[in-house]
Every structure is written in C-alpha cells, then in structure tokens.
Design a protein around this ligand. Structure first.
Ligand code: UDP
Ligand code: MG
Length: 310
C-alpha cells in the first residue's frame, strides 16, 4: 500500500484546524487503497493552533513540526518536504481553499504515470479584482523574463512522487519562491482544474507589501535579465545621444549658434538620472539577495518535532 503524506502549513489557524480535518477525513475515508499520513507545520502560531493540532494527532498518523517563530509559508512547506518519507507528497493549505475533494483526482493522475500533478484555479472570482489583475501581470512579467515558465493560476496545491521531493530538497536557497522551485526541477507534469473557494474561516495572511516582495522574489530568483538589461538600455540611449549630437552640430554649422533650451536640458538630466537610480536600485535588489544567500542561514528553525506516541 502506498503512503500518501499530506503536508500542511498552519499559521494562526485555530479556527480552521478542526474543520480542515473534518472535511479531509470525509474524502480520505473513501480512498481505502492508500495509507494517509500528515506532516503539519506550526509556523510560529501565537494562538491555540498547536494544541488543537495535538488533539487532532491522537486520531491519525501525524507529525507536527513546531517552528521557533513565524518563518513564512514557503519555509513551512520546505520543512514539510524535508521531513517527508512516504511515496507521494501532497501539499495543501489549511484553510480549505484547496478542496480535499480534488485529492482522488490528483492521485489518479499519478497512477497514470505523471510525476507531478498540480491544481489550476479556473475561477478566481473569489479573489479581489486587484489580486486577480496583479497576479496576471506578475505571471506575464515573470515568464517573459525568466528561464522557467511558471504556469498561470497554479498554486502550491499539488501531488508529487518521492523522487520529485528528493530533487526539490537539493535546492537550499534562502529565497524560497516555491512556485519557481517546483517548476525548475521539471518532471512529467499534469494538472487538474478547480474553482477556488473562499476562505472558510480566519483571514488571509498576505498583505500588500508581502505580495510585492513575493513578486520581486519570484522574478529575481529565476532571472538576471532585470540587471543585465541596463547594458542594452545604455547602448540605445548612447546611440540616440550621438544622433542628437550630430543633428545639433549640423544645425549649428548651417544656421549658426542658437540659444539652447533650458527646459529640454532639465528634462534630459532628470530622465537619465532616474534611469540610473532605477538601475542602481535593481542592482541593490540583487546584491541584497546575494548577501542573504551567502550567509547560508538555515531556512527555518525547528523548536520541536511532535511525533505521535505509540
Ligand atoms: N501560512 C503559513 N505561514 C505564514 C502565512 C501563511 O504557514 O506566514 C499558511 C496558512 O496557515 C495557510 C496557507 O499558508 O495554510 C495559505 O495562507 P493564506 O490562506 O493566508 O494565503 P492565501 O490563500 O490568501 O494565498
Ligand atoms: Mg488561503
């Protein structure tokens, strides 16, 4: 019998924990041909998430990885994958936005020979207009810059074989843009479609600034085009300047000296100045990330692993 390990990050989800397992049990009880185990990560919750999880542990094969503080969802998923030892790993959110009813389909596709099965949100009407549009822009920007193409509207909700997990574990970068990491390792991938439901309980943990950082992380993690492009922009501006200089010289030779425009000079200086600041800023983004990477800090700190007493 194959062991399917479900990896779930929890951050202040006391309201969701019990409903999550209730819904999950309904689906899993139908799937008799697998053994299901859980790796739950308590990502530094400050509410009663941990104790509620411990109560749930009595009823099932489950391990709780308790972090020493909040490290973020990406680190939590990494810890889940690091502790994984089954045949199949399924990653899902704890707020029931990743419907458990999709699990049989995910497993079915793995049976068919796929090594990764993702879930694509076909209907994002539950997300705000702002989140949908910015997400669209992000995918466009990312995929036109990067070496890897991340599929649109695919979240972390996915199933994969233990071989894929092994490979993902080798990527120890601190900037954990999981969508990119998942795609980078490759393997034969299929997807199932679903409409993303609304969050059942609690609130989203994503603020605007977190989303912005996430987007910048995503692009800088898998592309160096944003810093390389300045060479080309510089060359283009140099060519334009040269042509403009030739025009001025010819005009002066033909028509004599003209009083140069104060306004146009100011506009050029400001324009070039801001271009330089943007390019320096972008270099800063990369240097900042290089700095964080060379420190080689661990991706997360585990306070305790709660194994099931048997
Ligand atoms: N999460 C986490 N650490 C964090 C933020 C979120 O482990 O710092 C977990 C959270 O408990 C949930 C999942 O990541 O299981 C998705 O979070 P959320 O629902 O807030 O994100 P959204 O669905 O809005 O993208
Ligand atoms: Mg959610």
């Amino acid at each position: 019998m194959k062991t399917v390990t479900i990896i779930v990050p929890f951050y202040n989800e006391e309201e969701s924990v019990n409903t999550f397992f209730e819904h999950l049990d309904k689906t899993l009880n139908e799937l008799k041909e697998y053994h299901f185990s859980f790796i739950c990560i308590d990502d530094g919750s400050t509410d009663s998430t941990l104790s509620t999880l411990q109560q749930q542990q009595n009823a099932r094969d489950m391990e709780i990885v308790e972090f020493s503080r909040n490290f973020g969802k990406e680190s939590a998923i990494t810890a889940g994958l690091d502790n994984f030892s089954g045949d199949v790993a399924i990653i899902m959110d704890s707020d029931l936005q990743d419907p458990p009813s999709l699990i049989p389909e995910l497993l079915q596709k793995l049976q068919e020979g796929f090594e990764v099965v993702t879930a694509t949100r076909t209907d994002r009407s539950q997300d705000s207009f702002f989140k949908r549009t910015t997400a669209k822009w992000f995918y466009k920007a990312h995929n036109s810059f990067s070496d890897i193409q991340i599929p649109e509207n695919v979240g972390d909700f996915r199933a994969m074989t233990s071989q894929v997990v092994q490979e993902i574990r080798r990527l120890r970068e601190n900037n954990r843009f999981m969508k990119g990491i998942f795609t980078w390792v490759g393997f034969k991938t299929s997807t199932v479609n679903y409409a993303r439901p609304e969050r059942e309980k609690g609130e989203t943990k994503w603020s605007l600034s977190k989303l912005w950082n996430f987007a910048v992380d995503g692009i800088t993690s898998f592309s160096s085009l944003p810093i390389k492009i300045w060479t080309y922009i510089g060359v283009i501006i140099a060519i334009i300047s040269l042509i403009y200089a030739l025009i001025i010289i010819t005009r002066t030779l033909l028509f004599g000296i003209d009083v140069p425009g104060y306004a146009s000079i100011l506009v050029f200086i400001l324009f070039l100045g801001s271009l330089q600041l943007i390019s320096i800023g972008l270099i800063g983004e990369y240097i900042g990330r290089i700095y964080m990477e060379v420190k080689e800090r661990p991706i997360y700190v585990v306070k305790r692993i709660h194994k099931k007493e048997s």
